[in-house]
Design a protein around this ligand. Structure first.
Ligand SMILES: Nc1c(C(=O)O)ncn1[C@@H]1O[C@H](COP(=O)(O)O)[C@@H](O)[C@H]1O
Length: 165
């Protein structure tokens, strides 16, 4: 039996998956159970609202909303849940994700979403941020996060100290 998902990754379209799979892979790397769904504030509004309304009761701890263009999804999820909602703006075809970023970051006061960078770095960082939140109450996970940061530091230092070709 698979473990209860703690994180819900919600995408406006399956076309967001090539980027959001990096979010999923990062969570998997830390052994965090997650579920990934396509739901849209525009195309499936009732299902998106229903998902957010019941996520807490289902045992979820954090929702990660990813969308591009008129990226209302994360804000709409946040409107229906008190769980922390992280937002990842997808690069868009005509405006390179500036539209997605602004739609997510400019939430009205009272309904926060924490918005990350556009694209793959944002997808990975949203996962790492969720890990950091869960690690507040999980010493084993906190140790994994420290080990991850140490490995990253070592990798960069190895490049810093060696001459580039
Ligand atoms: N921004 C939203 C929402 C929403 O905010 O609810 N639903 C879909 N979309 C976005 O539309 C883009 C194009 O979608 P398609 O590739 O399916 O046409 C995607 O980046 C998706 O997140």
């Amino acid at each position: 039996m698979s473990r209860q998902a703690l994180i819900g990754i919600v995408m406006g379209s399956d076309s967001d998956w090539p980027i959001m799979r990096h979010c999923a892979e990062t969570l998997a790397q830390f052994g965090i159970p997650y579920e990934a769904k396509v739901l849209s504030a525009h195309r499936t509004p009732d299902a998106a609202l229903d998902y957010a309304a019941h996520a807490g009761a289902r045992g979820m701890k954090v929702l990660i909303g990813a969308a591009g263009g008129a990226a209302h999804l994360a804000g709409v999820l946040a409107a229906k849940t008190e769980l922390p909602v992280l937002a990842v703006p997808m690069p868009s075809k005509y405006l390179q994700g500036i539209d997605s970023l602004l739609a997510m970051v400019q939430m009205p006061g009272g309904i926060p979403v924490a918005t990350f960078a556009v694209g793959e770095a944002g997808a990975v960082n949203a996962a790492l941020f969720a890990v950091a939140m869960l690690a507040l109450n999980d010493a084993e996970l906190a140790a994994k996060l420290s080990a991850f940061r140490a490995r990253q530091r070592e990798k960069v230092l190895a490049k810093t100290l060696s001459d580039l070709p």
